[in-house]
Design a protein around this ligand. Structure first.
Ligand code: AMP
Ligand code: MN
Ligand code: MN
Length: 325
């Protein structure tokens, strides 16, 4: 582990033009690690091309993050970067259209904490024990002796609390609190992060939440609580999909269930499926069987079927996983 960290620090020191990116469908950890590292590299005098594969899907609750004005659109890159850093991506497809740039770069570095990481780069700084990619970035920056500072700490702290569900999920270790403590010492704006991420939902989303919760069904056979969001719901309420990231946590909270699923109808008719589990039950293998991936207790995939079809597909996969017919 230490060896990879040193190799990444060295690769960064030696590079002049560095591209930084993170996964499609961004979340608190992908954005926190991405913007935090972007700020660090800039303050070290690097030319940084920082871009998201899907800038239009930037969730509004992360607009406050420092460093967001340094983001460029994916098509804007000129030249070949000496180094490309992929953050919070278990495989190269997670980079969407930025995959080509990653493959053309002088050197590719993979920084991640997914257990199903494909180790797709010459240098893989991958630690499935880490709470978040933001935690790994913090250790990298600290280990290299680079300055952290309040803005970077705010970004990284956001990644830690969102990926651990505010220090609640099984990936929360004693070490996680140590990292949070050090980020707090660096000046992370803890109350602002809490307020922006968890207490700033829009009125349209609040109404959409009502509609979605009203529809929750439980299939006792599988201990599954599920609901869905249609394009019509979005049009009717005025809410957008990126702001619905936390909605599934309400479903996971239903007593007596062991997993939750939310089916989200996309513009092209496909369905984005989010899975979360309680306790030791693992949804990662189920998402992988359906073409996606993720962690043991938080995973997802995109189904080619419609809403009804994708529910049937999930139930088939659960039956299969149980080994029955
Ligand atoms: P989501 O429900 O979209 O928030 O995703 C939950 C977790 O699953 C995150 O850790 C994602 O990185 C991971 N994940 C979601 N979709 C995919 C996918 N298509 N391939 C690999 N990992 C995914
Ligand atoms: Mn992520
Ligand atoms: Mn993550």
């Amino acid at each position: 582990m230490m060896k990879e960290m040193e190799a990444v620090a060295k690769a960064i020191e030696e590079a002049r033009l560095i591209a930084v990116s993170s996964h499609e469908n961004p979340d608190g950890d992908s954005l926190g690690s991405h913007l935090g590292l972007t700020l660090v590299l800039r303050s070290r005098g690097k030319a940084v091309f920082s871009s998201l594969p899907e800038p239009e899907r930037y969730p509004p609750q992360y607009r406050f993050l420092p460093g967001r004005d340094h983001l460029s659109s994916p098509g804007e890159m000129e030249g070949i970067p000496d180094l490309f850093v992929a953050l919070d991506c278990s495989n190269l497809d997670r980079l969407g259209e930025l995959r080509q740039l990653a493959e053309r770069a002088g050197l590719l570095v993979n920084i991640d904490h997914h257990e199903d990481n494909r180790m797709f780069a010459p240098i893989n700084l991958v630690d499935p024990e880490a709470s978040s990619t933001s935690e790994i970035v913090f250790k990298l920056v600290r280990g290299a002796g680079w300055k952290v500072g309040a803005d970077v700490a705010t970004c990284l702290y956001t990644g830690v609390i969102t990926d651990t569900g505010r220090f609640q999920h099984l990936n929360t270790k004693p070490e996680t609190f140590m990292v949070a403590y050090q980020l707090a010492l660096e000046g992370a704006d803890i109350s602002r992060v809490g307020k922006e991420v968890y207490e700033s939902q829009s009125l349209p989303y609040t109404r959409l939440l009502g509609i979605t919760l009203q529809r929750v069904e439980v299939i006792e056979e599988y201990g599954l609580a599920y609901s869905y969001i249609t394009r019509a719901d979005l049009a009717e309420t005025g809410a957008s999909l990126p702001e619905t990231e936390d909605l599934i946590d309400y479903l996971r909270s239903v007593r007596g269930t062991r997993m939750a699923a939310v089916f989200k109808e996309l513009e092209d008719g496909r369905v984005r499926v989010s899975l979360r589990s309680r306790d030791e039950f693992q949804v990662g293998p189920i998402a992988r069987a359906l073409g996606g991936g993720g962690h043991a207790s938080a995973a997802g995939y995109t189904s080619q079927r419609d809403l009804q079809g994708s529910l049937e597909e999930l139930l088939d996969a659960l039956r299969e996983a149980r080994g029955g017919s």
